[in-house]
Design a binder for this molecule. Structure first.
Ligand code: SF4
Length: 233
């Protein structure tokens, strides 16, 4: 089997796995091309800058200090069995396994349900707007399948919505919240879109970016629908 391809690593974080000290591995490759992607260098599959065996040895040195390892990307599940096998090796060291995912590979996730403890799932827009935002027509339907597969496990997770005002309105946000509420999702995070300084094409004005966060009626309504709503500004 091809070795897992790792394009980045964060050695310590308190915010990427709820309540746990974690490291993050960024796996290369992603099937989407989101307009606001902050990791364009990770999208095209390549060998990766990190030797997976050396990362494995480093993780061994972190046992007892870190509690979890989060697989991010790109989209980690694009590497399919190579990613799952690596996750299993890391889990066998005693770490909890987290996954940040765009939900594009529900059947791959299904094969890894025994291995992954927690996911952060992107819900990027309404179904109509997904193709414009991500460049993929089936991304929404795949993401919903992923949501339903994971939800059925009863394990903890968070659904993240990034409020890029070019692709999401307040009414879209409420529509998404209703979909998640109907599915009994407990935890959501609403993330402010922050344009990257090098991204000249994606300028939005700050009033448009703030509109979701300074509307107290909207916040109250959404907060009434979930156990926990995190507003990431
Ligand atoms: S899913 Fe994430 S990594 Fe992939 S293109 Fe979109 S923002 Fe970038």
């Amino acid at each position: 089997m091809k070795a897992v391809q790792i394009g980045g690593l964060v050695s310590f974080t308190t915010i990427d796995y709820p309540g746990k000290l974690a490291a993050v591995l960024f796996l290369v490759g992603c099937p989407l091309r989101c307009a606001y992607c902050s990791n364009p260098h990770l999208l095209t599959p390549h060998d990766g800058e990190y030797d997976p065996e050396r990362v494995f040895e480093w993780l061994q040195s972190r046992t007892g200090k870190l509690e979890a390892v989060v697989f991010s990307g790109g989209e980690a599940l694009m590497q399919s069995d190579a990613a799952i096998e690596y996750m299993r090796r890391v889990r066998d060291m005693g770490f909890k396994i987290g996954l940040h995912t765009n939900g594009f590979y529900p059947e791959t996730l299904r094969r890894a349900l025994d291995t992954i403890d927690w996911i952060g799932l992107d819900f990027k827009a309404t179904r109509e707007k997904y193709p414009d935002l991500t460049g993929q027509h089936i991304a929404y339907d795949n993401m919903i399948k992923t949501l339903d597969i994971w939800n059925a496990t009863g394990k903890d997770f968070e659904v993240r919505i990034t409020t890029d005002p070019r692709f999401i309105t307040k009414s879209d946000l409420l529509e998404i919240a209703e979909i998640l509420h109907t599915r009994n999702v407990a935890n959501i995070a609403i993330q402010k879109y922050i344009p990257h300084f090098e991204d000249e094409n994606n300028k939005t004005d700050s009033a448009a970016r703030e509109q979701f966060f300074n509307d107290s009626a909207l916040r109250t309504k959404i907060e009434s629908m979930f156990k926990s709503v995190t507003w990431r500004e």
